[in-house]
Design a protein around this ligand. Structure first.
Ligand SMILES: [Zn+2]
Ligand SMILES: [Zn+2]
Length: 468
């Protein structure tokens, strides 16, 4: 399991506030219309003009460079950022104030030119820190989290114009707008929410701030819980299964008693509904390490699963109590154990794990052989590789092909008058019912062929899943 491979969705890419990054992940979300292109060109032209008329202006920290920065309306944050006089640890705004004061001491008439209405570097974003922090706090109100990541979206034009201006005027070592604003927003939010930690990956809440609209979007990441379930009763599907007649729409129909579900409950509903209640999540997904047929129990140590709880309000759950509540409500139906925190990477892991499984299977067969002969013939399957053509019962949803699956071992063969039972351990993906009845010769070898009899499966249990 690679913990760094978690959260492979796109949100994290928006949050790159690295110094050297000029990659704009939102670029393709902004429609590149012709009009915008023209405006973009105009802006470059304007900067071109400024440059030619101000060709003799040296860069900061030269006094005339700083004076020019003040005349074009640079705010204190940006002045502190571009003046080239920062002492490590000083807040940029204070640096800017100090630089401005010194400049005014040299020339008390120094002020922004007529007609300047905002800072040309940040378009006054630094003046909106209170508003931005307030919106972020509102967006996460009522959500329990500590690890949070911030992504800031700038318009392409703004970033390009700022870089041009900074490259002509700023002192060496000036920090880019994006990282500086990101730091400033983070400090402003931390002042209001002292318990939070800013992270660059795997956040519990992903914040997206758009500099154009000043809008904030908070994406509360899912909470993942791992456990194992034992299915004690037949007839329960693993996941919710919408009613065949109404497909679960419009509050159900007559045939599903208004539940919208084909079956009254599922392992998913029995496990996840108490989790939803205690976490305040809005919905869930259930990821099992494979699944048993609806008429098959799952015993032994149970089947590993990860429950995914989406947009939870609470993350600190009493897992022991939760487990007890689930097991009490689902008594005699299912039972879970080993509940612990998990993550998205583990979902992939349990989906990809090819665990061997042991089954107990019971069947009838009109064979006319002695018990000893039956035992010998069934035992001969141990260690053999089966050729299994896709069973007819699943042919509508699986490609029709032949799979080779190994029978690892066969144990505990029990023979009564008209029933035979044994335990079989086999490779992941073995069709066990077909191993018995042969699916009209599609599985080879099979118990039916070896006993030269028609065999019919009476019951099947997953005895154990050999995982973890
Ligand atoms: Zn500014
Ligand atoms: Zn229905």
């Amino acid at each position: 399991m690679d913990p760094d491979s978690e959260e492979d969705d796109d949100w994290t890419k928006y949050a790159d506030t690295g110094y050297s990054s000029s990659y704009d992940p939102w670029a393709d979300m902004v429609p590149a219309t012709e009009i915008e292109e023209e405006e973009f060109d105009d802006e470059f032209d304007e900067f071109g003009d400024n440059e030619s008329t101000n060709r003799d202006i040296p860069r900061c920290p030269a006094p005339s460079g700083i004076e020019h920065a003040i005349r074009i309306g640079t705010c204190n944050h940006c002045l502190g950022r571009v003046a080239g006089v920062r002492i490590a640890g000083d807040p940029l705004q204070l640096v800017g104030e100090r630089v401005r004061k010194q400049a005014l001491e040299r020339d008390s008439d120094l002020k922004p030119d007529v007609g300047i209405d905002c800072c040309p570097f940040c378009e006054d974003l630094f003046l909106e820190l209170d508003l931005i922090a307030g919106r972020i706090v509102t967006a996460v109100d009522g959500v329990e989290f500590s690890k949070v990541q911030l992504g800031i979206h700038f318009s392409k034009d703004h970033v390009a114009a700022e870089e041009v201006l900074r490259s002509t005027l700023a002192g060496t070592g000036s920090r880019p707008l994006k990282t500086t604003l990101s730091d400033a927003v983070q400090s402003a939010v931390t002042e209001r929410l002292p318990g939070i930690v800013w992270v660059k990956e795997r956040p519990e809440v992903m914040l997206l701030f758009d500099t154009l609209t000043l809008g904030v979007n908070a994406d509360v990441r899912a909470l993942f819980l791992y456990g194992r379930y034992r299915k004690l009763e037949r007839g329960i599907p693993q996941t919710r299964w919408p009613c065949r007649s109404c497909r679960g729409r419009d509050g159900g129909c007559e045939s599903c008693n208004g539940t919208g579900q084909q079956y009254p409950c599922s392992i998913q509903s029995l496990v996840c509904e108490p989790m939803i209640e205690s976490s305040g999540a809005i919905s869930d997904s259930f990821h099992g390490m494979g699944r048993e047929d609806i008429d098959v129990r799952c015993l032994g140590d149970g089947r590993p699963f990860v429950a995914e709880l989406k947009s939870p309000l609470r993350r600190t759950l009493d897992l022991e109590k939760l487990m007890k509540d689930i097991n009490k409500a689902a008594k005699n139906q299912i039972e879970i154990h080993g509940l612990r925190l998990s993550n998205r990477a583990e979902v992939s892991r349990i989906k990809e794990t090819k665990a061997e499984k042991s089954y107990t299977i019971r069947f009838t067969g009109d064979h006319g052989l002695t018990d000893e002969e039956v035992t010998t013939r069934i035992q001969s399957l141990s260690g053999q590789v089966l050729e299994q053509q896709t069973p007819q019962r699943v042919a509508h949803r699986r490609a029709d092909k032949i799979r080779n699956r190994k029978v690892v071992s066969i144990e505990n063969i029990l023979i009564t008058d008209d029933e035979i039972q044994f335990d079989v351990r086999c490779e992941s993906g073995t069709y066990v019912k077909e191993l018995i009845h042969s699916d009209e010769g599609r599985t080879n070898p099979s118990v039916a062929a070896l006993l030269e009899a028609d065999c019919e499966v009476i019951l099947l249990d997953v005895k154990d899943i050999h995982a973890d």
